[in-house]
Design a protein around this ligand. Structure first.
Ligand SMILES: O=C(O)CCC(=O)C(=O)O
Ligand SMILES: [Fe+2]
Length: 453
């Protein structure tokens, strides 16, 4: 993300910094007076601190009442508008054996004792859960041991909207941006039913494959069944959040049976530790950023960037005239991954699909009148050639600010691959001279696609 200095008096008028056309190697930002200043040092340090402090995952536990009257009792104060409990959940599926009666292809959660046999039938009817590796769907029990069912084969009475889960996710992970043109909202789309069974069900560290550039996260709902182990750990920038739902939700302890849920940005690495016993039963949803329905209530939860800790630091830096001269560029490496391989989609969706700290930085820059643009920036190509295998075998393409594994995106934009090859000297064409760039002929386009200040 790049913020140009705002238009101001003649001295502060912005001017774009360019990299020399002759530069054949990876451009690095020229040191300027301003980038060496103590204020800039403070900014770098604060950004590093603040961006790791921003939330990347959230979750909750919702108790299940056995009946409508119990549900009413569980909410003693009628003024309590928040949805704090839910009713039992029915799940029905298409059995592989068509002669199976409908009542035998149905489970109610919390599990009714007479439906134990149905649970076993469901597991039999499910399919091995594959995952994407090197652009292909593979089944490898040493990496992922689970069974899954596609939504075309099951339906359930569970609805994450009714329980306020989607609203909670929107508030925690996708608050609306003041400087976007319209409010944004969250759409949750049912993706799979998964069962991780003991003794060795698991899903080792991975990043979910986004189904579209608008997908910003994943939602996992854990239904009440007895299991041991199987904690979900979500990681981002050296921090980890663990959601351990074993015992918590089957109602066998002091607590009522419950629904547990977690949502996280899709580029965050996560892992399901081994289920040692029982069945860990989850519904997964893809989360998309969509246009909101308006603000008729006048109570839309905008972010107020002026209240963010970094706001003052950046404002002071901009007002520090000594060093800016004819203006300049401030570069900020995004802390999450975006669909950087497709320039038109990147510009079309931004800033609406910005996540966590990136969204805060955008708001700060925009509220200070900076013109914000997004650029994929290459870095450290040696890592691509030197270490083609990373973790689960996928090649790593490091991009400053947009560090990503190839496998994260299903379709790699061909133009991007071509430029990448050119840049890396893999063919005869001259290497592109700039990645951290602004091209004169693109200026008009950018105004219409990105000029959202
Ligand atoms: O079941 C879970 O906790 C998460 C599942 C998961 O990571 C996935 O399906 O990609
Ligand atoms: Fe996942």
């Amino acid at each position: 993300m790049v913020g140009n200095q705002p238009e101001g008096n003649a001295e502060q008028k912005p001017k774009l910094t360019r990299y020399s056309k002759e530069a054949p190697v990876m451009p690095t930002a020229p040191l300027s007076k301003i980038s060496e200043s103590p204020l800039f040092k403070e900014l770098r340090e604060s950004v590093a601190e603040e961006t790791t402090a921003v939330t990347f995952a959230c979750g909750e536990t919702i108790p299940i009442a056995s009946s409508l009257s119990e549900l009413e009792d569980m909410v003693p104060d009628s003024k309590e508008l928040r949805c704090t409990s839910c009713l039992p959940i029915d799940l029905r599926w298409d059995p592989s054996d068509k002669s199976v009666e409908a009542r035998r292809a149905k489970i109610t959660f919390p599990l009714e004792p007479h439906t134990q046999g149905n649970l076993e039938r469901l597991i039999q009817d499910m399919e091995p859960a594959t995952f994407g590796r090197g652009g292909q769907n593979v089944y490898d029990e040493s990496y992922r041991k689970a069974v899954k069912l596609d939504p075309s084969r099951f339906s359930s009475t569970f609805n994450p909207y009714e329980l306020g889960i989607v609203d909670a996710v929107a508030q925690a992970l996708l608050p609306s941006l003041r400087h976007s043109q319209q409010p944004r909202a969250v759409k949750a789309e049912l993706y799979k039913l998964n069962i991780y069974s003991g003794p060795s069900g698991k899903f080792k560290a991975h990043v979910d494959t986004p189904r579209s550039p608008a997908q910003f996260g994943s939602l996992v709902i854990c239904l009440p069944l007895q299991f041991e182990g199987g904690a979900l750990e979500v990681r981002h920038k050296g921090k980890a959040m663990t959601f351990d739902w074993s015992r918590a939700n089957d109602g066998s302890g002091d607590q009522p049976p419950s629904i547990c849920w977690a949502a996280f940005y899709s580029d965050c690495e996560h892992e399901i530790f081994e289920v040692t016993e029982g069945n860990r039963f989850t519904l997964t949803y893809n989360l998309y950023s969509v246009r909101g329905n308006g603000q008729l209530g006048g109570n839309f939860p905008w972010l107020d960037p002026t209240q963010l800790p970094l706001y003052n630091t950046i404002r002071d830096l901009l007002h520090d005239n000594d060093g800016w001269g004819n203006g300049g560029l401030i570069g900020y490496n995004c802390s999450h991954v975006y669909p950087h391989t497709n320039k038109s989609k990147l510009n079309f969706l931004l800033p609406d699909n910005l996540k966590g700290a990136d969204m805060f930085m955008y708001e700060i820059f925009a509220s200070l009148g900076l013109r914000v643009r997004f650029r994929p920036v290459m870095s450290d190509l040696g890592r691509v050639w030197g270490n083609p295998n990373h973790g689960d075998g996928s090649a790593v393409l490091p991009i400053v600010g947009l560090s990503s594994r190839w496998k994260t995106w299903d379709r790699i934009d061909e133009r991007f691959e071509e430029s990448f090859d050119e840049w890396a000297g893999r063919n005869e064409k001259p290497a592109p001279d700039r990645w951290w760039e602004t091209r004169e002929e693109e200026e008009e386009d950018e105004e219409t696609t990105e000029g959202r200040e």
